[in-house]
Design a protein around this ligand. Structure first.
Ligand code: EPU
Length: 416
């Protein structure tokens, strides 16, 4: 059980370089199981979720070597079971093994995945689209290729990992598969980019309609994972709320259009200063936002909702948050309240934040990965010292958070 101790009130200054995207790296690693040839993935973030996935794969005879953000992976000797239940339970993204193992073996049996508790987080979309069966006391998801729906799959809702699974299940399948209502997040696009480089035929990348023409085999390639736009957004908020001024490097600026719009609406100065570089300068007076509404890409990302709420605690007036995706993603507000934020939770999806309120350092806990990032941001903005527990959630998705923050001048330390 490790904790962060953060002394707040210091404006962040300097440059920060963004790592590879967690949500792109995980499906791309899974996609490497679709070829018997070795692959090299570059710009892979050194985070716990990646390590957990690699442990699951190693137990399935996949050879991996992960050093300096480069992952060499060879799935020639992949076996389909037994899949380590305890590891799968640690992370919801282990569901991404469904598509590739199914494609290699014609069937798959996967223990139910775990992960951050963000409300119901149903996997019905996966189950329906892939025609899965649930067995063994609701413990095992199983699928057979012969039961896969053919030709046209209309997703029951836009789901990121369900779209990724269907793509991976379809690229080596005979004939053409049309996926309608596909998710089009940058990480879904990155997975398609990798697969096409491996020889797959995916059309419509970046849209909600994908067309996949099955190919006989995929080849091993070298591919670089896209930068993490969610990490970039997190640092932009941290600078804005601490009255800081930073340059964020290695960010694909257009991936965050809705986020920059919202940030500028609060009065923060946002300026492109080079290819993949953006400068953030805090505003002395932060303005409230009538409604911050999360939705699927390219709308405001749910994963930046909690961090952004911290900025809104410092805004003049009343801001409304409308979290449309998850019903459990406002729980962190109780922790912000302990720090002195004034808010009103209207229902599991909506809350009002009344600002500005000085935040004070207290003991708080992170209730999931992005809530954890929000707690760190709140602590950076607070008066005095904040102790944050449950930081293993943060380590799952943010690479070297304290090192990067320290370089920007923050006073943060990790204790056991
Ligand atoms: N949902 C809706 N409406 C929608 C889309 C989704 O209600 O329009 C609901 C679904 O019913 C589901 C939930 O939202 O219960 C989750 O959606 P989705 O299936 O798209 O999520 P996911 O594929 O499990 C990925 C990311 C999450 C991110 C969501 C939403 C990965 C590995 N995970 O999860 O990332 O929050 O998409 O963008 O890609 C994180 O990085 O902290 C994280 C939780």
């Amino acid at each position: 059980m490790q904790k962060f101790i953060i002394k707040g009130g210091i404006p962040l200054k300097g440059k920060v370089k963004i790592s590879g995207s967690k949500n792109a790296a995980l499906p791309c690693i899974a996609a490497c199981l679709l070829t018997v040839e070795p692959c090299i993935l570059k710009n892979v973030p050194d985070i716990e979720d990646v390590h957990t996935l690699l442990k699951i794969l190693n137990a399935l005879n996949v050879q991996t070597e992960f050093k300096d953000h480069t992952l060499k992976i060879n799935a020639k000797n992949l076996k389909s079971n037994p899949i380590n239940k305890n590891l799968v339970k640690q992370m919801r993204a282990s569901i991404l093994l469904l598509g590739p193992i199914l494609s290699r073996f014609g069937n798959v049996r996967l223990p139910f995945p775990g992960g951050c508790v963000l409300g119901k987080r149903s996997i019905d979309t996966h189950l329906k689209a892939l025609n899965c069966k649930i067995s063994d006391n609701n413990e095992i998801i199983s699928i057979k290729t012969k039961n896969l729906k053919t030709n046209k799959i209309i997703m029951s809702e836009i789901s990121v990992t369900a779209t990724e699974n269907i793509i991976m299940a379809s690229v080596l399948k005979k004939g053409t598969t049309e996926i309608r209502l596909a998710a089009c997040e940058p990480h879904v696009q990155d997975l398609c980019g990798l697969l096409n480089k491996m020889g797959a035929k995916i059309k419509g990348i970046g849209s909600n309609n994908l067309e996949i023409t099955g190919v006989k085999r995929l080849k091993g390639v070298t591919y670089s994972i896209t930068p993490d736009y969610l990490e970039a957004g997190t640092y932009a908020i941290a600078a804005s709320v601490t009255n800081g001024e930073i340059v964020i490097e290695n960010v694909i600026i257009n991936q965050l259009d809705s986020f920059w719009n919202a940030l500028m609406e609060t009065g923060v100065n946002v300026k492109t200063v080079g290819k993949n570089k953006i400068a953030i300068k805090a505003s002395k007076k932060i303005k409230s936002i009538k409604q911050l509404r999360t939705a699927v890409y390219p709308s405001f990302p749910t994963d930046l909702q909690a961090p952004f709420a911290v900025l809104l605690t410092q805004a003049e007036g009343v801001s409304k948050i409308f979290e449309t995706l998850f019903e459990g993603r406002l729980n962190y507000l109780f922790e912000l309240e302990k720090m002195g934020a004034k808010l009103e939770i209207l229902n599991p999806h909506e809350a009002l934040i009344i600002g500005p309120r000085k935040l004070k350092g207290v003991s708080i806990s992170s209730c999931d990965l992005r809530a954890g990032a929000a707690m760190v941001i709140a602590a950076l903005a607070a008066e005095g010292e904040t102790e944050i527990s449950n930081i293993s959630y943060i380590d799952r998705g943010y690479e070297k958070l304290e090192e990067k923050l320290k370089k920007l001048g923050a006073q943060i330390k990790r204790i056991k």
